[in-house]
Design a protein around this ligand. Structure first.
Ligand code: GAL
Length: 658
């Protein structure tokens, strides 16, 4: 099943024709056709050009753009154009501009200048979305709706009075009554007992640490408030054009939005990915986020934005060396994307993004960038048959946003050094290096298809989640500081690991975070020494075997890693998780997709029957092939082994399916 009506892989980018005179459009579509572009995203920031006063629409220019694109065989991912409210609306309703935690109302002149709870904003977006759907619902170029843009990019939350009212409604719904709220928020602490709903506020800037349960509910609310904006538009689109898929572009692994909930509300998962070319390990972080995208709906997804070269929003914006755009693009396809799309088609001449790279740069067609765009277009076409192919993984990493928000609450934890993204990466990195396919999963999902489930951290863990983990028949690995609090951020009776205690057979008596610069040694019975730098725990073993013990320091001789049945618990966080992980993987019979060790820097992914091998390293690498076949990218036969130049890749189609 393809994501849209466009056959094969999608190839294209954001197209902003309103920034150019119409005579340029003709050249654009001609060059798009030359590059093999088959889809573009249009009208993302066009509200002010489409509606000049309430209900006064000017669709003429967009009609011409869509007709022109269609005439050249280019499909459209059409934005509802609601990502930036127009100046007239903001002028008429200054109260819709977002307010920060310190009480400052933000000004106009950028984008996403809206309070997510503003009824004026929501009504405006719904009106425009309906007008767009009625106007273009039958347009033959339309293949997907693109709602808003990168929700949570600039505007994550708003602390205005309207948001406060919306927050109270949300809280009443969650907690039932003010008493329920007082209990859940533990307002007996620091004298915060509420007697009227109007006393309840967003967690604004306060003299000291703010109630963490209040902050946790605020995070949940803020994700839901933005989701309500998306859903309001989606309802209108589904009403008018029920068969057109709806997406909104995600931002890889984003702290602020619970993408499990969000993905359930959209038809197609799409992602914007901007790995930093200056970071030699950026491809590992990208791989992790692509695996999340694939796991969100357990189906292929779409790389809707990426940078052909440099971005314009880092401190230093490094371009991509020759071949890197191709390698990064193929990587997304390897991890399940059914296309390669960019920000943006033509490099802007003005505005904050005029130095952001584009498929067609300022220098025009006699440029390295343009030549690489043409070559990539040809490569993407060669991968058409991969579209729709799925990945099956033996290993899952558990990720939960509630727990993430709780874990990273400021000023109330034993240590601020446990950051979830880094924890996920510390497990993902060795799995990735071994070419092992990894899914991400929420803690409540059916996990029975996996052989190994790793829970890097589940600070907040409910009884239901614990029961789900306990019923998992494979090998389970649970990282430290898990099972600490319940859904209201209240410590489980008896302490950590709370509802996981019986499963793991241990109790955490005390947390022993490690101060910066110090280390704690951990030793396994075979003498393997591991070093922990951020975290350790005083464990009491009730009913488990000790896998490793602390050596030296205040916890000398105590259990550091334990195992009960198939469930391993780490009370510490070793720098190198490889020895522990390898043992678990071997016990579960999990191997990498090539069946042999991979040279450093080489990434291996299987998608359907196709094997992607990508060399992210700086040196040529030789990889032993598990089967003979053909390289889809070059058409050459492959068998035995293949030598990959730096930044080169092959996509092996094994003989048996050729
Ligand atoms: C994304 C955004 C695009 C563009 C791009 C530049 O965050 O959706 O509109 O700004 O970044 O990298």
């Amino acid at each position: 099943m393809s994501l849209t009506r466009v056959p094969g892989m999608l190839f294209g980018g954001d197209y902003n024709p309103e920034q150019w005179p119409e005579e340029v459009w003709e050249q654009d579509v001609r060059l798009m056709a030359e590059a093999g572009v088959n889809v573009v995203t249009v009208a993302v920031f066009s509200w002010s050009r489409l509606e000049s006063a309430p209900g006064v629409f000017d669709f003429g220019w967009l009609d011409r753009v869509l007709d022109l694109l269609h005439a050249h065989g280019i499909a459209v991912d059409l934005a509802t154009a609601t990502a930036t409210p127009p100046p007239w609306l903001v002028r008429e309703h200054p109260e819709m501009q977002p307010v920060d935690a310190g009480g400052t109302r933000l000004g106009f002149g950028s984008r996403q200048g809206y309070c997510p709870s503003s009824p004026v904003f929501r009504a405006g977006t719904v009106r425009l979305a309906r007008a767009m759907a009625e106007r273009y619902g039958e347009h033959p170029a339309l293949v997907m709706w693109h709602v808003g843009n990168e929700y949570g990019d600039h505007t994550v939350e708003c602390f205005c009075e309207e948001s406060a009212r919306d927050f109270r409604r949300w809280l009443a719904d969650r907690h039932g009554s003010l008493e329920g709220l007082n209990t859940a928020w533990g307002t007996s602490c620091w004298g915060q007992h509420y007697t009227e709903w109007t006393q309840v506020e967003p967690p604004r800037k306060a003299p000291g640490p703010v109630n963490p349960a209040q902050v946790l509910d605020w995070r949940r609310f803020s994700s839901d408030a933005l989701l309500a904006c998306f859903e309001a538009e989606r309802r209108v689109l589904k009403d008018v054009t029920p068969d057109v898929p709806v997406t909104t572009n995600f931002m890889s692994i984003l702290h602020h939005l619970d993408y499990w909930t969000w993905a359930a509300a959209e038809d197609v998962v799409s992602d914007d990915a901007y790995p930093d070319p200056a970071d030699p390990a950026s491809h590992v972080k990208a791989a992790l986020s692509y695996d999340l995208m694939r796991s969100l709906k357990r189906q292929p997804w779409l790389l809707l934005e990426s940078a052909p070269g440099a971005v314009s929003w880092r401190e230093v914006n490094v371009p991509k060396e020759p071949g890197l755009m191709r390698l990064h693009s193929l990587q997304a396809v390897a991890h399940g994307s059914d296309g390669v799309m960019f920000f943006q088609w033509r490099q802007a001449a003005y505005g904050p993004e005029k130095f952001h790279s584009a498929m067609l740069p300022h220098g025009g067609t006699d440029t390295r960038q343009w030549r690489e765009t043409l070559e990539l277009g040809a490569d993407v076409r060669r991968l058409a048959e991969v579209a729709g192919a799925t990945t099956s993984a033996d290993v899952a990493l558990v990720l939960d946003w509630d727990s993430w928000w709780g874990l990273e609450a400021p000023e109330s934890l034993p240590s601020n050094r446990l950051a979830l993204h880094a924890l996920l990466l510390s497990w993902y990195r060795p799995l990735h290096a071994r070419g092992i396919a990894v899914d991400l999963a929420p803690p409540g999902r059916d996990l029975s298809s996996y052989k190994v489930v790793v829970v890097p951290n589940l600070y907040l863990c409910t009884a239901e989640q614990a029961a789900n983990l306990a019923s998992f028949p494979g090998r389970l690995v649970v990282g430290p500081f898990s099972g600490v609090v319940d859904a209201a951020d209240q410590v489980h009776e008896g302490g950590a690991p709370g509802p996981l205690r019986e499963l793991l057979g241990v109790r955490v008596e005390e947390f022993w975070p490690i101060p910066d610069g110090l280390t704690q040694q951990v030793v396994t019975p075979d003498g393997t020494r591991l070093t922990a730098r951020t975290w350790s725990e005083w464990l009491t073993v009730d009913d488990a075997q000790v896998v490793a013990r602390y050596r030296g320091g205040p916890l000398d001789g105590r259990a550091a890693v334990t195992r009960r049945g198939h469930a391993t618990y780490l009370g510490c966080l070793p720098d190198d998780l490889t020895p522990l992980l390898d043992e678990v993987l071997a016990g579960a019979g999990v191997t990498g997709v090539t069946g042999t060790d991979l040279p450093a820097g080489v990434e291996a992914c299987r998608r359907g029957a196709y094997l992607f091998l990508l060399n992210h390293g700086a040196a040529p690498a030789t990889v032993t092939l598990p089967a003979a076949g053909t390289d889809l990218l070059t058409g050459r036969p492959l068998h035995g082994h293949v030598v990959l130049a730096p930044r080169d890749a092959v996509v092996l189609k094994p003989e048996e399916i050729s």
